[in-house]
Design a binder for this molecule. Structure first.
Ligand SMILES: Nc1ncnc2c1ncn2[C@@H]1O[C@H](COP(=O)(O)OP(=O)(O)OP(=O)(O)O)[C@@H](O)[C@H]1O
Ligand SMILES: [Mg+2]
Length: 246
């Protein structure tokens, strides 16, 4: 079982979009996957067509130790969604301390043993929820767009990972993932060159294209594979799965 956390404190870089589509891509490749919404905004459920945000979710796991299985929703074949839940905002508010940071790690370690992948969609607000995901992750994936502010966010994320490193028991693989790439755009090209120059060992080969089909599919609660299975975006997600799959 491999746990992947999507982080970047800059909003709108595609964390939720990638969590939803990568989750479905793994499932379509025949792997069991659990996708966990750690954003109190709770938009991941909508990406799978569940527009009324479920009230029970990972908030119960983090606050009360509720088992994941009792709140999981079978969103697609082989794909389980753990929604955010109405109380997720409260996590970290009462200063639960260091022990709380291990809750998600322990829950996934002991209760997701039959899953090939667990994906955490993190909020851009940072704090205890992101810390919980970092503690639990085997892999960190940081989406970066052509917007320089998203690179700034990525640098912040890398710095906070450095700060966590001494307290982590497992080795975390970190990747940068280019998103919203426009083939002939100078901004996309310059950003890609910058990433390749400064972070060659972190940069994933796969580049996710800017795609109207991604926006349209998200707005109707279908994944890119259900909406435009032959689109360049769907192809890129399949390529990402190939790149990540051991
Ligand atoms: N490759 C893409 N092509 C086109 N639109 C995209 C792409 N990736 C993401 N988007 C769009 O960008 C917007 C923001 O994406 P998303 O919500 O996934 O970002 P986020 O990082 O989760 O944001 P937040 O930090 O606010 O949770 C959405 O409208 C989404 O449809
Ligand atoms: Mg999001």
């Amino acid at each position: 079982m491999q746990r992947i956390a999507l982080i970047n404190p800059y909003p709108g870089v595609g964390k939720t979009t990638i969590a939803a589509s990568l989750g479905h891509a793994f499932a379509l490749a025949g792997r069991r996957v659990t996708v966990i919404d750690l954003d109190p905004g709770g938009m991941l459920a909508a990406a799978y067509g569940i527009f009324r945000a479920p009230t029970k979710g990972v908030d119960r796991v983090l606050l009360n130790g509720t088992p994941l299985a009792s709140i999981g929703i079978g969103a697609r074949d082989l794909l389980t969604l753990i929604p955010a839940g109405a109380g997720l905002q409260q996590v970290g508010e009462s200063g639960e301390g260091a022990a709380q940071l291990q809750v998600l790690k322990q829950a996934t370690e002991t209760q997701c043993t039959n899953q090939a992948f667990v994906i955490f969609d993190c909020p851009s607000t940072g704090g205890q929820l992101v810390a919980n995901a970092i503690f639990a992750a085997d892999m960190i994936m940081i989406p970066v767009t052509a917007d320089p502010a998203s690179l700034n966010g990525a640098l912040k994320a890398l710095l906070s990972l450095k700060r966590f490193e001494p307290y982590l028991k497992q080795k975390i693989t970190t990747y940068l993932l280019s998103n919203r790439v426009v083939p002939r755009s100078v901004a996309s090209k310059l950003m890609r060159e910058k990433l390749a120059k400064h972070f060659p060992e972190l940069l994933l080969k796969t580049q996710l294209p800017e795609s109207v089909a991604i926006i349209e599919s998200g707005s109707i609660g279908r994944t890119i594979f259900e909406y435009r299975a032959t689109s360049p975006a769907a192809k890129a997600f399949r390529q990402l799965v190939d790149e990540l799959m051991p």
